[in-house]
Design a protein around this ligand. Structure first.
Ligand SMILES: NC(=O)c1ccc[n+]([C@@H]2O[C@H](COP(=O)([O-])OP(=O)(O)OC[C@H]3O[C@@H](n4cnc5c(N)ncnc54)[C@H](O)[C@@H]3O)[C@@H](O)[C@H]2O)c1
Length: 334
């Protein structure tokens, strides 16, 4: 099997995971170059993974003739610039979510990608590639959709990193809830037409300085009349809790109602306990691998990749409407 030669830009929290997957866990890929604004970080990861081409200039990585595709895992505000560098150099692109930090920037990304119809572009909404979500999506055959309900809670155990990243994250809706917004669009097969977002700073008051909440939620009505609800929190006591429920006229599907990391039940003086995932990287480990496998297959076969750039623009637009609703405390129509 011919391996896709991928260069990665950004090897921070998630970039390191993608770099390890591309290098060692995805049969159809080879990690051939690493770039990070911190050259020391890039060198350390390159040494660990046996990669010889190391850069701190993203343009230089994109122009490396040995690189066929670029994985962009830098901070959100730089995604569109990186997409431009990579596609102008003739490289396929896998880009982490969210597509950009504004809807205008998403439109710029659309133009770049439309100008390169021969190149594959894929956006990293990895929940669509999680084994359980794929099974649930396949089971939604009969009947009509009534409701999609989503919970996304990061665990308190990683709060230090969460708070460190928060000021450059773009906020809860664009950074975290965007995963649930993508799920709602994907699972309902529809777009929200009305929404009302609420929330507040329940434990970490510093979120107020960023015009944000540490816990937020939103109720939506979709164009096909399906209802949707999401809740996002940053400090769950029990672990990384992502739960989704799909209620239809013929039945209900629930994914990960109890977000345990194994089938083990611990019986002790505390009663019966099941332990939970303690970070998002462990929870989505397999999905991060599967999405890169899908990206490689799309490049190999010339098949269009999904989710794509328009999913990125639509989800970003919805996330900003949620933020506007949260800040104004008003129901909004899209
Ligand atoms: N899909 C998911 O589950 C998920 C989870 C976490 C993060 N993300 C996304 O991944 C992206 C990165 O998040 P993270 O948590 O890894 O952030 P991070 O801050 O830990 O890492 C970002 C890395 O990019 C590097 N970088 C920044 N600007 C650069 C530039 N101009 N050139 C080269 N390197 C640059 C930084 O030095 C850093 O090492 C964000 O867009 C985030 O939204 C997605």
């Amino acid at each position: 099997m011919k391996k896709l030669k991928i260069g990665i830009i950004g090897v921070g929290r998630l970039g390191y995971e993608h770099a390890c997957n591309i290098a060692n866990r995805v049969p159809g890929s080879e990690l051939v170059a690493i770039c990070d604004a911190s050259l020391d970080r890039a060198k350390a990861v390159a040494e660990e993974l046996g990669v010889t081409a190391v850069y701190n200039d993203p343009k230089a990585l994109c122009n490396d003739p040995n690189v066929e595709a670029v994985a962009i895992v830098t901070n959100t505000a730089s995604h569109v610039e990186m997409i431009g560098y990579a596609m102008d150099a003739g490289k396929h692109v896998f880009c982490e979510k969210p597509l950009a930090e504004t809807v205008e920037k998403c439109k710029e990304a659309e133009k770049i990608i439309e100008a390169h119809p021969d190149l594959i572009f894929m956006l990293g909404f990895m929940r669509r590639f999680d084994h359980s979500y794929r099974i649930a999506e396949k089971k939604m055959e009969a009947g009509d959709m009534i409701l999609v309900r989503c919970y996304s809670q990061d665990p308190i155990s990683i709060i230090e990193g969460t708070l460190d990243y928060a000021p450059r994250s773009g906020g809860q809706f664009i950074d975290m809830s965007i995963h649930d917004i993508d799920l709602i669009r994907w699972l309902t097969g529809s777009e929200p037409k009305n929404l009302w977002a609420i929330g507040g700073c329940y434990e970490f008051k510093q979120y107020k300085d960023w015009d944000d909440g540490d816990n937020v939620s939103c109720l939506m009505q979709c164009e096909n009349d399906a209802m949707a609800f999401f809740f996002a929190g940053r400090a769950a006591a029990h672990g990384s809790h992502v739960e989704t429920e799909i209620v239809g006229t013929r039945g209900t599907l629930r994914i990960s109602g109890i977000p345990t990391d194994s089938m083990v039940e611990v019986m002790s003086s505390h009663g019966v306990c099941r332990e939970c995932y303690q970070d998002f990287i462990t929870r989505w480990h397999d999905a991060y691998i599967t999405e890169i496998e899908e990206f490689c297959d799309c490049v190999a076969t010339g098949r269009k990749a999904a989710p794509g750039v328009y999913d990125g623009t639509k989800s970003t637009n919805i996330a900003f409407k949620c933020k506007e609703s949260f800040l104004s405390n008003k129901q909004l129509t899209l």
